[in-house]
Structures are given as structure tokens and as C-alpha cells.
Design a protein around this ligand. Structure first.
Ligand code: ATP
Length: 134
């Protein structure tokens, strides 16, 4: 079967870097992307969501906090500010981040609270909680 390489890279370094992928699914801002070998080249912005990488009958799931996906003939690269393998997610930390963000959103009508920023933090935390342990 034809396969391709996949890298997930953050400012802290690579989170995933392997060959032999059979499929990658990701959620772009324009909708769900299913990448199979031979997919047309593209660059697309991602939502805060899951990335699924299928390789040898096993699917690895990562939480990705936005960023971009670049599809080239032999390689898929995901560049994101933050990304974690499901097993590396600290659920307690994500739960604490979720509660902090919810409190900020409750106070959002008061001055000085950045609603959009709190909403993004909430989305990151909920995404991590959903993906942890998958
Ligand atoms: P927090 O408020 O807990 O820092 P955050 O959403 O603001 O959450 P980010 O700025 O997205 O955190 O990420 C900062 C770094 O911490 C990144 O390297 C990210 O992978 C890592 N990280 C954040 N939350 C978790 C988590 N729950 N489990 C594991 N790693 C995490």
C-alpha cells in the first residue's frame, strides 16, 4: 500500500515524525480533511481539534491547537503552536485550564476580560479533555 510521511511540529520541537502513514484526518476551518496517498497539494488553516493518523491498522490521535496543515505528494506537515499525543495530555491541567477559562468568560461583561482569548483557552482545554486517553 502507498504511504506517506507525517510530521507534527510545534515551537518546542517535533511531536510526531514518522513515515508509513496510510491516512490523516484533520479539521480545517473550511471543513473535515481526509488525506490519502496522492492527495492534491494544499495548505489549510486548522481548527482546535483532533488529528488522526492511521498507520499499520493503528490510529494515533493528537490534540492540535490550531495551526496549519501542508499536504505535499510524499509528506503531510502540521505546524501548530501546541500539539500533544493523546497519551501525553495531562487531564488535571486541562480541567484546571477549562475552569479558569469558564470563570473568565463569566466575568467577560466586566472590563478588562478578553472574551476571544478566554474562549480559545476553553476550546483548547475541552479539546484536550476529549482526546486524552483515546
Ligand atoms: P495552560 O493554561 O494549562 O497552560 P494552555 O491552553 O494555555 O493551557 P498552551 O499555551 O496551548 O496551554 O500550551 C503551552 C504548552 O503546554 C504546550 O507545549 C502544550 O503542548 C502544553 N500543554 C498545555 N496543556 C497541556 C495538557 N493539558 N497536557 C499536556 N500538555 C499541555
Amino acid at each position: 500500500m502507498k504511504t506517506f510521511a507525517v510530521s507534527v511540529v510545534t515551537p518546542d520541537g517535533p511531536v510526531y515524525d514518522e513515515t508509513g502513514a496510510e491516512m490523516v484526518s484533520a479539521k480545517a476551518t473550511s471543513g473535515e480533511l481526509g488525506i490519502l496517498p496522492g492527495h492534491v497539494p494544499l495548505v489549510a488553516p486548522l481548527t482546535i481539534n483532533a488529528i488522526r493518523i492511521k498507520k499499520e491498522n493503528n490510529t494515533q490521535i493528537l490534540a492540535v491547537s490550531g495551526g496549519f496543515i501542508e499536504v505535499r505528494p510524499e509528506k503531510v506537515t502540521i505546524l501548530a503552536q501546541a500539539a500533544e499525543l493523546a497519551n501525553d495530555i495531562n487531564v488535571d491541567r486541562a480541567q484546571a485550564a477549562k475552569e479558569r477559562a469558564e470563570q473568565r468568560l463569566q466575568k467577560s461583561k466586566q472590563e478588562g476580560v478578553d472574551f476571544a482569548r478566554a474562549e480559545l483557552a476553553l476550546n483548547r482545554a475541552v479539546n484536550r479533555i476529549n482526546i486524552a486517553g483515546k
